[in-house]
Design a protein around this ligand. Structure first.
Ligand code: BG6
Length: 521
């Protein structure tokens, strides 16, 4: 039997721009430590953080150690794995736009490569605001820290791969110019655009569920599917990212990337193979068929919201406008819900309901596919019988799993029918803990596998979809914000939302309630 596939990762110097930032200490370094703990981090890998803060190498390691202990999934703390990694962690202070800083950085990279026998591999990790990227690419290219390199050239010279964190632009034009800047210096195969949702275990399982089982594909279409909903609901607010979030909003922050990526994997055509480009070709094809809102739909099929004060987990939390760093009159949306369609043969006429929001009643990311009613209701004549439709739910997080709602007879002498759940919970079926998304992604970069990264066309197509909404909002005065209580399900949900025949602009929105609204989603 063939071995299960583990990416063939090769050592490199990982240069992290934004090395003193939040993402590095919360996600990137804990993931490297997680890989070291699993014995999956290639020997000779070296990490070099770059940022404006002043750190010595030792102070930098101490700073990271605290975060690793706080944010890593590895528990108890594996001192051996940390020491092994920390001995190869370094820091360089500098300015992003300054050629001399980048030159000095390059020298340090070469020196570390020689000292630790890395072998020429480079991972350039850009955890910085996107507007800094073009200048930095220019400077790196100028000193030779990056070079255009075809796949065939990598074996001898080592690879050079650039990882881009989101946000990938703020609109279509800025995403395009970022892509142009990248492609002037690098091959597409050297560019890894992060969307950490793609590396979540349950998201990877979508492909397996759909294409390794015979029963789903035949019914995965408009003939059998009534509607689909994709929900990314969070209980957290903006935390310490007010500046970023207030200039971004929920549509750009989560809908344009995570939600559309989930949607495209779930609805794409079967790919020709599992190669990165086969899968990305299908996702891009799907995104091309998403119907952009226009005319009346801009008001009728989209709702934006912003949370006011409320209660989460029994504790009072402030409204968005009262969060530190948020302007008291901010018009930024923290919630967006929309109804759309995929204009292709498979999904003709099936409504898709997409929602994302912060400070909602529960943290849940889920895709739910609801099947059509049975064609002939044999049980229709029975009193009190209302058959529920079949509902397949993919719970991405937390409580990862898959469940199917079926109708079943209640045991007893009378014919009574009730809905029951067939449930597959990851946690109790498999004992192994799921790796963090960032662990998988970093390993894939070191192995040169871009399947779980977004390609240029996907990013631009996703912007093409959200752009009319952004343009519409820019001309329309924002609704009376705040319009939902923290701890509720947002200004619209449930029956009001999952209907094809309503114009959301005419549905009375739920508004603020005294202490949230914990009714069922
Ligand atoms: C990020 C967004 O991309 O995803 C955040 O910028 C959001 O605002 C986060 O909170 C959600 O990720 P996860 O993995 O916690 O669901």
């Amino acid at each position: 039997m063939a071995e299960p596939q583990v990416p063939d990762a090769k050592a490199c110097v990982i240069v992290i721009f934004g090395g003193s930032g939040d993402l590095t200490r919360r996600k990137v370094v804990p993931a490297l430590y997680g890989l070291a703990h699993e014995g999956l981090l290639p020997d000779h890998t070296v990490v070099l953080g770059f940022g404006r803060t002043d750190f010595t190498d030792e102070a930098y390691r101490r700073h990271l150690r605290e975060s690793v202990a706080d944010f890593s999934r590895v528990s108890p703390f594996d001192e051996g794995a940390w020491r092994g990694l920390a001995d190869r962690v370094f820091y360089q202070r500098g300015e992003y736009g300054d050629a001399a800083s980048v030159q000095a950085l390059h020298r340090r990279v070469e020196e570390l490569d020689a000292r630790f026998g890395v072998g020429g591999g480079r991972m350039i990790y850009l955890a910085i605001p996107p507007q800094l990227t073009p200048g930095l690419l220019e400077a790196m290219d100028g000193v030779g820290l990056i070079r255009r390199r075809l796949r065939e050239q990598e074996t001898e010279a080592g690879y050079i791969r650039v990882v881009m964190e989101k946000p990938f632009g703020v609109d279509l034009a800025s995403a395009r110019s970022l892509n142009v800047a990248l492609e002037q210096k690098l091959e597409e195969s050297q560019i890894f655009r992060m969307d950490h949702y793609l590396a979540k275990e349950t998201v990877q399982n979508i492909i397996v569920l759909r294409f390794a089982n015979a029963i789903f594909e035949p019914i995965w279409n408009y003939r059998h599917v009534k509607r689909v909903r994709v929900t990314v609901a969070e209980t957290i607010g903006v935390e310490n990212r007010a500046h970023y979030f207030d200039n971004t909003g929920a549509l750009r922050d989560v809908m344009q990337n995570h939600v559309l990526q989930l949607l495209s994997l779930f609805t794409m055509e079967p790919p020709a193979s599992l190669s990165p480009d086969s899968i990305r070709d299908e996702k891009a094809k799907l995104l091309r068929c998403l119907r952009p809102a226009q005319g009346e739909d801009l008001a009728c099929s989209i709702v934006r919201g912003q949370y006011g004060p409320g209660t989460i987990g029994g504790s009072a939390v402030p409204g968005y406008r009262e969060e530190g760093g948020v302007p008291p009159d901010s018009a930024t949306e923290t919630f967006v819900a929309l109804r759309t369609y995929i204009d292709n043969w498979r999904w003709a006429g099936v409504p898709f309901y997409l929602t994302t929001g912060k400070r909602l009643a529960e943290r849940t990311t889920e895709i739910a596919i609801e099947f059509r009613e049975v064609p002939h209701v044999l049980f229709g004549a029975m009193r009190d019988v209302q058959l529920e439709t079949n509902l397949l739910r993919i719970r991405v997080q937390p409580d990862e799993g898959v469940s199917l709602r079926i109708c079943t007879k209640v045991p007893g002498l009378r014919m009574e029918i009730r809905a029951a759940e067939m449930d597959f919970p990851y946690g109790s079926v498999f004992s192994a803990a799921s790796p963090e998304a960032y662990e998988r992604l970093l390993l894939d970069v070191m192995g040169g596998n871009a399947t779980l990264f977004a390609r240029r066309d996907e990013i631009e197509l996703a912007w093409l979809f959200v752009e009319p909404i952004l343009a519409h909002w820019a001309t329309e005065p924002p609704p009376a914000f705040p319009d939902y209580s923290a701890g509720s399900w947002g200004p619209i949900h449930g029956d009001d939302f999952f209907r094809e025949d309503v114009c959301y602009a005419r549905v009375p929105l739920r508004g603020l309630t005294a202490d949230g609204d914990d009714s069922e989603q």
